[in-house]
Design a protein around this ligand. Structure first.
Ligand code: GLU
Length: 553
């Protein structure tokens, strides 16, 4: 009996060869510098912020180079799989406009290089492994979990590098006859790769981000096919990225340490090595220590957290681009109105260390972004968001969309727009005073009028303000008339004048405006008063002020 017999016994169903696969999945016909990248999530839960980062980088490099970006679902870990999470991932990527041109699409597949779900690629993996067994580069291993545990304990005791390699790889030395005998007897087995590496040898590798590296050769006889018939990550990565013709593997830096395994597998199979870029991992400061964003501990580890909280998706993308390339921020500041597509990512400018997640920066970016939306856009986006996450805001918008839009338009669409909102979830609280029912709730709280100004004066100012209000005046003329009104009751027309002669005045124009602000909104802080008056209209202004005079002073 020889290795061919062993291979036929292990894979009786396989009549294809590696050559067949090479023909079935030909090299892609793309320009030389075009990058073929992929995102390869496992369906084990929600879209992690780190995964959004990795997918964004892969997507953008493909786009920047007129290449191709596809998605492969790595669903070989059946124990950790969460039903439906694969298609949820795709839906979320779509929200961020990271749309693959090929691959697993959630409920369907597009492309000639599939199947794109690893669980459906068994025959491809088996074809490749059959060849490896024939070439004596892979072998069945019958060691039980107990055997392996025992081996590890022994190695630990004797202070030897743990693992299944060299003399410790018991099954690598079984004869073909012995192996065949065990298979026929029904022993359970995995298939291992027969490594010819030596841990003391160094190999040179190039990482697009990290440059030239020297790593120790792999010497472990790693499992390539598990007892459930599914491949391990290492093997699937090599086979899939070869036959899907990925030429640039972008993945988290946690994979860097297993790169020697992958290199040995590529070489053993005679496949060309793709380029590699091991991306920084997103970290968090926790009591002064840096650690990875954790699914369990950190809300911000789930992309859904940001969507629910009402950050526009572009804010997160822009934020992640600032993490990716330090020069993005500068570019953005100079090119506020250009789409991010025009910024070209570069591997050299990518940071090596895990990037710290900085929510303040995200907020800053988001605020800027929301302030630059047109009134229609912010209205429609807030509406979309509210439909999913905020009933109360939805109700306000639905009462009168134009009214809502006029509120959104306050100091918008100008060179330095107001930056009122960090996220859509800030809108409701900030604008509810525009709506009568909420106004009445607010105004019945204690009002923060300046205690140094008498109720008498406040009342008089409010009364005269309503009597003389003319909303047809332009802002400057209106404001001058307000100054005159204040003056009449002892308020200086500016802070400066007031400061020069404090004894002569009760206060200044700012105090007068504050009285109105409080009467109309219940708060000392509000957007531009003139805009509020215009939006509320004469009747509502009069109604509100009369209410305050009668009930609150
Ligand atoms: N399924 C792997 C992961 O989630 C993919 C790594 C890769 O991109 O190769 O980490």
């Amino acid at each position: 009996m020889n290795n061919n017999d062993l291979a036929n016994l292990l894979f009786p169903d396989i009549d294809q060869t590696i050559e067949n696969l090479e023909k079935r999945f030909p090299k892609r016909n793309l320009p030389q510098n075009a990058l073929i990248t992929r995102f390869a999530p496992s369906p084990t839960g929600f879209l992690h912020t780190g995964s959004l980062f990795t997918s964004l980088i892969a997507y953008k490099f493909a786009k920047d180079t007129n290449g191709l970006f596809f998605i492969r679902l790595e669903d070989t870990d059946t124990k950790r799989e969460i039903e439906g999470s694969g298609s949820d991932l795709l839906k979320q990527l779509k929200v961020f406009k990271i749309i693959p041109s090929e691959g697993y699409m959630g409920d369907s597949e597009i492309g000639q290089y599939g199947p794109y779900k690893q669980s459906e690629r068994a025959s491809i993996y088996r074809t490749v492994i059959k060849q490896l067994v024939k070439d004596d580069k892979a072998y069945p291993c019958f060691c039980s979990p107990n055997d392996l545990e025992f081996l590890r304990a022994e190695q630990e005791k004797n202070k030897i590098t743990p693992g299944y390699y060299g003399e410790y790889a018991k099954c690598r030395n079984l004869t073909v006859d012995e192996a065949i005998d065990k298979i026929k007897k029904g022993y359970s087995y995995v298939i291992r790769f027969r490594s010819s590496g030596d841990h003391n040898n160094k190999i040179k590798v190039h990482d697009l981000i990290r440059g030239d590296l020297e790593l120790s050769e792999n010497d472990q006889d790693i499992v390539i096919l598990k007892s459930d018939g599914l491949p391990t990550y290492h093997f699937a990565h090599v086979v899939d990225d070869h036959f899907m013709r990925t030429n640039c593997v972008t993945r988290g830096e946690e994979w860097l340490s297993s790169l020697p395994i992958h290199i040995e597998l590529f070489n053993a199979l005679g496949f060309d090595l793709p380029m590699y870029a091991h991306l920084p991992v997103i970290m968090k400061l926790d009591n002064g220590n840096r650690r990875k964003l954790s699914k369990r501990k950190d809300d911000e580890a789930a992309v859904s957290f940001f969507l629910k909280d009402g950050y526009p998706f572009e804010a997160l993308i822009e934020y992640l681009l600032t993490i990716a390339n330090s020069n993005f921020e500068e570019w953005k500041a100079e090119n506020k109105d250009k789409p991010n597509d025009e910024f070209k990512l570069s591997f050299e400018k990518m940071s090596l260390d895990g990037a710290l997640f900085d929510i303040m920066k995200l907020k800053f970016i988001s605020k800027e972004l929301l302030s630059r939306m047109s009134k229609e856009e912010i209205t429609n986006r807030a509406l979309e968001w509210a439909k999913e996450y905020d009933e109360k805001l939805l109700d306000l918008i639905n009462r009168d969309k134009n009214y809502f839009m006029s509120i959104m338009n306050i100091e918008r669409e100008k060179e330095n727009p107001r930056k009122d909102y960090e996220k859509f979830s800030d809108i409701f609280e900030a604008i509810k005073f525009f709506y009568e029912d909420y106004y009445l709730e607010l105004i019945n709280n204690e009002l923060p009028f300046n205690p140094f100004i008498s109720s008498e004066i406040i009342k008089k100012i409010l009364e005269e303000f309503v009597e003389t209000l003319d909303l047809s005046l332009d802002e400057q003329t209106w404001f001058n008339s307000l100054k005159k009104l204040g003056n009449k009751y002892g308020f200086a027309e500016s802070n400066k004048v007031y400061k020069q002669n404090k004894d002569k005045y009760i206060g200044h124009i700012g105090d007068v405006a504050e009285i109105l602000r409080i009467a109309l909104t219940s708060s000392k802080q509000s957007p531009n008063l003139y805009n509020i008056l215009q939006i509320l209209g004469r009747n509502n202004v009069a109604k509100r002020i009369t209410y305050v005079i009668n009930n609150k002073l």
